[in-house]
Design a protein around this ligand. Sequence first.
Ligand SMILES: [Zn+2]
Ligand SMILES: [Zn+2]
Length: 272
Amino acid sequence: MIGDIRVDGVIDGEGRFNPLKTFRSSTAEMWREHTDLLDSDGLLPFAMGAFLVRHGDIVALIDSGLGDATLMGITGGRMLENLAALGVRPTEVTDVIYTHLHTDHIGWSTAGGAPTFPNATHRCAAAEWQHFMVDTKDVDEVYAGSVNAPANAFRHLNSVLDRFDTFHADGPLLAGIDVLAAPGHTPGSTVVVISSGTQRLMLLGDAVHCPVQLLESEWGALFDIDPVLARQTRNALAAELEGRDTHVGFSHVPHLTPGRIVRAQGRRRWVV
Ligand SMILES: [Zn+2]
Ligand SMILES: [Zn+2]
């Protein structure tokens, strides 16, 4: 709960990665400071899915998972059953807010050629729409160094084009839900801020892929279109969030469980 707003992670699929292969400039020695981020096999947990935000009449999804697909060895497909377990039918979703339009964030938008959430208004930043739906519509999506699946945004969003809206500036989007530009990972990457009373949760999208990136400013980027800008954005967010009472989530945070950044013994720690 963030004040009177309920937020739940809705897992679509999960995986685990070798930390040394994920962060190629890191060493086993460096990871010794961060064993709390690794599971019992020494691997990094990685989730795909969405966050469900419920507040009054608002039933909002932040992103829409990977869908019925496999990406980086992670198979999606569980999101709708996990949504049902939270008591929500797809027709009850009022809003889908995309942190960005990478394929693992828009996967459930269309299923079988029809909108999965037929009564929802779908939204992303105008800059994101311009990049994925206009400028690179016919170009294969390139993730830093590796070519991923062909640009999927149009395919995943084609059934919701008539219920799509874009936002152009930072600020309130819905009651209790603000958006904040966080460019770098993609041109229109967006942080979604949930706030109620004195409580706040910042959902960072893919500005961060692993908690360690909020703790170690030099560990480098994953999958960022503009790595320099992404690093600036990420480090600014980490500095702003350190020691605050703000809860922090991001799209691939382990088990979709938010945490906080605290400073202890002269260094930043991720605390769940
Ligand atoms: Zn992404
Ligand atoms: Zn992602």
